[in-house]
Ligand binder design. Structure first.
Ligand code: MLT
Length: 215
């Protein structure tokens, strides 16, 4: 069942322990709030799961922001949708009683792109992020602050949508925003592979409690 009482249609699953991390699950184009719940459980079984559905429709397919063409984003819309998603995290934290400072985004493709946008635009909204198949969402005018977030960027070596230079450019932008970025280049295309998932699980397990991450 999807919950429609907050500003995004979403699913929420409480954590196994009261003080656990919350994973913010952000689906790809054409996905919905159900898609990444199994992935989230696989990555961090004890964490709470907050999984919104993107509010933009492209030919009936949910997305988190508008695009003008493949890989060409409507930056004004992106910025507005990014702010809405940041507000939703606070709204959901108050509603469900989780700690908004312990939110880790896990995004795939379009969902990874809006997670990268969150990191580049708002201070301290995410404690960490796993970005699967992400590209540069926009280039900030002023140096942004990602608030020291830890970021795993897991992209595919043969992804037709994301050349290697784009992965490096995104990693560089996030680092210049103060993020601690790990890049993994997978022997894969745009689709997620078991290797992505295994590496992400290990990376998440390696995050320090001192960073506010515990699940
Ligand atoms: C996007 O539009 O965010 C990217 O092109 C990835 C996707 O195809 O959704």
């Amino acid at each position: 069942m999807s919950d429609v009482t907050l500003s995004f249609i979403h699913r929420y699953q409480p954590p196994a322990r009261a003080d656990a991390t919350t994973l913010l699950l952000l689906h790809g184009t054409g996905g919905d709030e159900n898609d990444l719940l199994p992935l989230g459980k696989n990555l961090m079984p004890d964490a709470g799961m907050l999984s919104p559905r993107g509010r933009v429709l492209e030919q009936g397919m949910p997305r988190f922001f508008r695009r003008l063409a493949e890989g060409v984003f409507d930056v004004e819309d992106l910025k507005q949708r990014t702010a809405e998603l940041a507000d939703f995290i606070g709204e959901a934290a108050r509603h469900y009683g989780f700690d908004a400072r312990r939110v880790i985004a896990v995004g795939f493709s379009n969902g990874a792109n809006i997670a990268a946008s969150l990191l580049l635009s708002r201070r301290s909204v995410l404690a960490a992020a796993v970005l699967f198949r992400a590209m540069v969402p926009f280039v900030p005018e002023a140096p942004p602050s990602a608030g020291g977030a830890s970021v795993l960027l897991s992209n595919g070596a043969s992804d037709p949508l994301i050349p290697a230079a784009e992965t490096e450019r995104l990693a560089g932008l996030l680092r210049s925003a103060g993020a601690d970025v790990t890049v993994e280049v997978q022997p894969a295309g745009h689709h997620l592979t078991p290797r992505d998932v295994t590496q992400a699980r290990l990376w998440l397990a390696s995050l320090k409690p001192a960073q506010g991450i515990r699940a």
